[in-house]
Design a protein around this ligand. Sequence first.
Ligand SMILES: [Zn+2]
Length: 312
Amino acid sequence: MSRTILVTICAAIFLVQVVYGDGTGTGFDYSEGPHGPEHWGGICLTGTRQSPIDIVKSDIVAENSLEPLKTQYVPDDASITRNPTNLQLEVQADPKIPFGTLTLQKDQLLDNSGQRLDGVVFDPNTTYTLGKFHFHAPSEHTINGQSFPLEMHLVHSNTAGTKTVIGILFKEGAENEFLAEFWNFLPNLTTTPNTTIDLSKLPLGSSYARYEGSLTTPNCSETVHWIVLLNDKITMSTAQIAAYKKYFPNANNRPIQPLNGRKVVMYGTFPSNFVDSSSSSSARTSKAASSFWIGLLLSGLIYNSIKSLFTL
Ligand SMILES: [Zn+2]
């Protein structure tokens, strides 16, 4: 009898290990608790090229030699599921027919001087297949410290196991026609409905930031070429944000990781309206500082005028 109890306890411990893991596999979450980002373990904690990062306009190096993105996406049947571990909405292409491909040019892996971006081992297999995409809310990457309501990750893989992820940041604004095609499935995700996804309805724009980083979930493998679109025209409506939050109420964004001297290069132009400068803390600080100095100057002028009136 006691042996049965012992076996049962061991089996229970084993199951807990399998389900919750040790912070390096499944069973992670985004809380401040024992499974939160501070406890993900392994390379998530010790790595030096982790993602996401804050993309700061003044730190970006413009690379004239970079090429526009070369994507070939085709409409495809897809399954839409709720991933309870990652708190993510996942859209998976038919395994036999992927959503399409992204082909990286050699220049997209190098900087202006022909040097590889920090830490990149040049992989000659530059055709990446898009099999799935998912969402994080709020965004994982930030621009000049500013977060966005939603970030979409288009996860491309090549046969060597390297990944190229395109990160798309959604601003609050007009309804997004692409999201509208499958957002109405949100209430019924447990039934895994099938629908056709047409990524060509999501104009990517021409400007992007490139850096070398990692997966943003355990095991945080540092094998990702990151492309974060610098496109201020991609919006979603307040209703679309609310619909997502209703079914995914918990945040699933990993905290910003240190750059550790990595280069962030840019193709195209940095859209002037991408971030709201009035809400940027540095802009607020400099605005407040200039108001203070103008105020001080005016007070001095007024004081001197009044003083001269009385001395005359
Ligand atoms: Zn992701």
